[in-house]
Design a protein around this ligand. Structure first.
Ligand SMILES: *Cc1c(COP(=O)(O)O)cnc(C)c1O
Length: 384
């Protein structure tokens, strides 16, 4: 069976992105590739392969199921870190597999300690400090209790990391908030150090923090969106722009290309409506190509009468509503289109390009959301 569309994942683009990030952070910090959300839609299996080939040996996931997917695909025994969800009853399996995880409350900390003692394998924990994001993390007032639990059980657990997450590092206007978070983080760090509690890695930075708040770069950076070739926001790009080399004003390269093909052709006479309802009426005689990709495949309904695709190197407008499984595009000006012709939904064709940004601007989805909504069953193909 052949799917109605496919996603190509460029290894070369990924290597270039990692090279750029490395040039920003210097040789010491570990790069953890964040592969939550099915690797931002790129596919966990594919991204583990691509990233390991680019030298990455550390992966971050949101949940335990994603962590196990990385575990099943790693060929280099890479480190795996869970930033978010796991069920307490899974902890033993995770510890046995050497998968590390965030600890942000006493319930999880107690469980990690008790499982470690009972199976005699140290849990690898990353202690998360609450510094202002107000989602997860130990509060400042909990520090004494946390410290004494850690000190009592140091023989059984492994202190892999002390971490936090910034609220709004993607905007320079949040500078004060981020700055306060940085100092609170260092208060935690100093407090634990005074109690002789040291962690293997101190880490706080996501892509945006890494790029525009270099003081957040410590022993490891957790890189999601930038690894996939996107600036976290326009603002982070503009903040970096003056320092980018003249011959390479955008060192972040998109990995993904989304392709389909023409399913069939249709002539529509002036005055006829296209598709459901009356959202589009042909004002002249037009020629349409039907493409077998719709909102059920992640092509938003908001692109009705808005979106564009590339066929034969030319931009073709979506006409009428996006349906569950297909769109109609106007090919009146394109010569010799035949069923089976390549259709580019995101990517380049003969020098023209449809970017994720242009795509998501017309639907008001941010890059992150559009990517992670690409269904898992679209085949992902790694290209060199
Ligand atoms: C998602 C996430 C990241 C990566 O964020 P990007 O903006 O995609 O780089 C880093 N750290 C944590 C805790 C996250 O949840």
């Amino acid at each position: 069976m052949i799917a109605t569309s496919s996603l190509e994942i460029s290894s070369k683009a990924y290597r270039q992105n990692i090279q750029y990030i490395r040039s920003e952070i210097g040789p010491h910090p570990v790069i953890s590739a964040v592969v939550k959300g099915n690797a931002y839609g790129h596919g966990i299996a594919q991204m583990v392969e691509v990233a390991e080939k680019a030298g990455i040996r550390h992966f971050s996931t949101f949940s335990s199921d994603e962590a196990l997917e990385v575990y099943n695909h790693t060929k280099r025994g890479s480190e795996i870190m869970i930033l978010g969800m796991l069920y307490l009853e899974e902890m033993e399996e995770l510890i046995r597999k050497g998968i590390s995880f965030y600890v942000f409350d006493f319930q999880r900390l107690e469980k990690a300690i008790s499982v470690s003692i009972s199976i005699q394998i140290p849990a690898k924990i990353h202690l998360e400090a609450e510094t202002g994001f107000h989602r997860t993390g130990f509060d400042w007032k909990d520090r004494e209790k946390v410290a004494s639990m850690l000190l009592e059980n140091l023989a059984y657990i492994s202190l892999e990391g002390l971490c936090t997450h910034y609220a709004g590092a993607e905007s320079v206007s949040n500078y004060v908030r981020v700055k306060n978070q940085i100092s609170r983080y260092h208060e935690f760090k100093d407090f634990f150090t005074e109690k002789s509690l040291t962690f293997k890695k101190y880490h706080t930075a996501c892509s945006a923090a890494t790029l525009i708040f270099p003081e957040t770069i410590l022993d490891m950076v957790r890189i999601g969106i930038a690894g996939y070739g996107f600036w976290p926001t326009k603002e982070t790009y503009f903040a970096k722009l003056p320092s980018l080399p003249k011959n390479n004003k955008n060192p972040l390269k998109r990995l993904i290309t989304w392709k389909s093909s023409v399913m069939s052709l249709k002539d529509v006479k002036m005055g006829e409506f296209v598709g459901y309802g009356n959202s589009y009426m042909a004002l002249t005689d037009i020629k349409l190509a039907i493409v077998p990709v719709g909102y059920g495949h992640g092509f938003s309904r908001l692109l009705s009468n808005q979106g564009q695709v590339l066929i034969q190197g030319q931009y073709c407008q979506v006409v009428g509503t996006v349906t569950m499984n297909s769109i109609a595009v106007n090919i009146t000006k394109v010569k010799n289109v035949t069923p089976g012709d390549e259709v580019i939904l995101i990517g380049k064709q003969r020098g023209k390009e449809i970017t994720v940004a242009s795509f998501s601007e017309s639907t008001q989805q941010v890059n992150y959301e559009l990517l992670t909504r690409l269904p898992k069953d679209i085949p992902r193909i790694i290209i060199p």
